[in-house]
Design a protein around this ligand. Structure first.
Ligand code: PXP
Length: 237
């Protein structure tokens, strides 16, 4: 079964726009679970422009499904994750001011840094995932550095999908095979949506998890959160 983890950063962005507590991020997370999400993802950034550190602490005891915290492993981020002890941490190479993650790690250049950070999380019993492109060498170095999983950065798939979906998915299928051969679990995320998700899943049915935020929250404006989550789940059958 491929799990659907809902990234609720966009909900926090909406809340922060007015300074109050509407929408209530904690309630939305719990409702996502009630509506069938298999996990909740948050991406706390240093400027707290979306999810805040306080949200991360508050979510931990409330969630009944898998909690995934993603972000750049600054000292502050590592401390937060070690304190909160989510089920999974996803390491992303984005700079503090970046709009959204737009590349995977260069796991070869950052091998020593990643090994040390992954070791700290592994020792704390937190499953680790490293955000990477489809380059086999990046996946190999993620495995060597001690990652449990890789998360494939799917923006290139999403942007090429309409033009030629066979070509779009081909490098991801190859990358997924490399990860499987190395004994790594496999996640995927970025720009997945109701149009392109099922084809990705059909081609790589051994995917462990997809993490989806932007499109899912946009769809919920029209379909409602409950139906949207069900429709995304239906893409994973
Ligand atoms: N995976 C990672 C590592 C991300 O940084 C993001 C965006 O925060 C996502 C998945 C979700 O991407 P999207 O919001 O496009 O669904």
């Amino acid at each position: 079964m491929t799990k659907l983890s809902v990234n609720i950063n966009k909900v926090a962005t909406l809340r922060n726009a007015r300074g109050g507590n509407m929408p209530d991020v904690l309630k939305v997370a719990q409702d996502c679970e009630r509506f069938g999400a298999d996990g909740i993802t948050v991406h706390p950034r240093p400027d707290e422009r979306h999810i805040r550190r306080a949200d991360v602490y508050a979510l931990r005891p409330l969630l009944r499904t898998e909690f995934n915290i993603e972000g750049y492993p600054s000292r502050e981020f590592v401390d937060l994750v070690l304190k909160v002890k989510p089920h999974q941490v996803t390491l992303v190479p984005d700079s503090p001011t970046q709009l959204t993650s737009n590349a995977g790690w260069d796991t070869k250049t950052n091998y020593t840094f990643l090994s040390e950070v992954l070791d700290a999380f592994n020792q704390a019993g937190i499953r680790t995932s490293v955000f990477v492109s489809t380059d086999p060498e990046m996946i190999e170095y993620a495995a060597k550095a001690g990652a449990d999983r890789v998360e494939l950065y799917t923006e290139p798939y999403a942007s090429a999908y309409a033009r030629n979906r066979e070509e779009a998915v081909a490098p991801f299928l190859e990358a997924a095979k490399v990860a499987r051969r190395l004994g790594l679990g496999l996640n995927a995320g970025h720009d997945l949506n109701l149009e392109n998700l099922n084809y990705f899943y059909q081609n790589i049915p051994w995917l462990d998890e997809v993490s989806i935020g932007h499109a899912l929250i946009c769809d919920a404006l029209y379909l409602g959160l409950q139906r949207t989550i069900q429709e995304y789940k239906n893409c994973l059958h």
